[in-house]
Design a protein around this ligand. Structure first.
Ligand code: GDP
Length: 243
């Protein structure tokens, strides 16, 4: 019998997240490396607090701001996480969306890149979506979720929505947006296989940081069997199958 793995402490999961370091950048999807590591994508509307959240999780000041360098804003930046010689997760910082100044062509290109990435990127294990807690899920946020809905339904990809800048809301408002977002997500991507989480997050107040790190850390492990595999048919070869 194997001992159950002890739950890691906040210090352990934060220590793990702190190992995040720049790996590489890709201007196009086909340039993304095949590393065999489980991948976690960070997505969100421009200004939702994505860079700040990544830096806060990594407890590093400038890790994610490479993405803000002019000319790099449409790139996918990748970070290694885990032991130095043996990273065990890849973080993918995807371009922010909904930036008003971006022209129509750029928007369409972005949509295609995001849709392709979310639908096809094989090692994708989890998506962390940053949503400004003062606005809640916008149409664009829901559109993004729609791109990967099929994979969420089947439990292939987990989704964690971080309601950012929670320090700007009072407790009552925090509770209200949390419930509203949970209900909204529950109404359209919840199935018996889907794994969806919603948390309040504040980089300023360090709220929800350890919980988010813990969730990411859980995604190091291979995803639970896909439903098709989990529901293996009753083995007809087994003499005890037709009980
Ligand atoms: P990104 O475009 O999604 O990467 O957003 P940024 O991380 O650059 O954040 C956008 C703005 O929101 C910046 O002015 C941040 O200082 C601010 N911001 C980000 N996180 C927080 C937070 O937890 N609390 C508050 N009050 N402001 C935040």
């Amino acid at each position: 019998m194997t001992e159950p793995t002890p739950t890691p402490t906040d210090k352990e999961v934060l220590g793990w997240a702190h190992t995040a370091r720049f790996f590489t950048t890709a201007a196009q999807l086909h340039q993304l490396p095949e590393t065999g590591l489980p991948e976690v994508a960070f997505v969100g509307r421009s200004n939702a607090g994505k860079s700040t959240a990544i830096n806060t999780l990594a407890q590093t000041k400038r890790l994610a701001f490479a993405s803000k360098t002019p000319g790099r804003t449409q790139h996918i930046n990748l970070f290694h996480v885990g032991p130095k010689d043996e990273p065990n997760q890849l973080w993918a910082d995807l371009p922010g969306y909904g930036y008003a100044a971006v022209n129509r062509d750029a928007k369409q290109r972005w949509q295609q890149v995001m849709a392709d990435y979310l639908q096809q990127r094989e090692p994708l294990r989890g998506v962390v979506q940053m949503v400004d807690s003062r606005h809640g899920l916008t149409d664009l946020d829901r559109q993004l979720i729609d791109f990967m809905a099929e994979r969420i339904y089947g439990g292939e990809i987990s989704l964690l929505v971080l309601l950012t800048k929670a320090d700007k809301l009072n407790r009552k408002e925090q509770a209200a947006i949390l419930r509203e977002t949970q209900e909204l997500l529950g109404s359209y991507v919840l199935t018996e296989h889907s794994d969806i989480g919603v948390s309040l997050f504040s980089a300023l107040k360090n709220q929800g940081v350890a919980d988010a790190a813990r969730q990411l850390h859980e995604w190091v492990a291979p995803r639970p069997s896909a439903p098709d595999e989990a529901e293996a048919p009753d083995s007809s070869e087994s003499p005890t199958a037709d009980r």
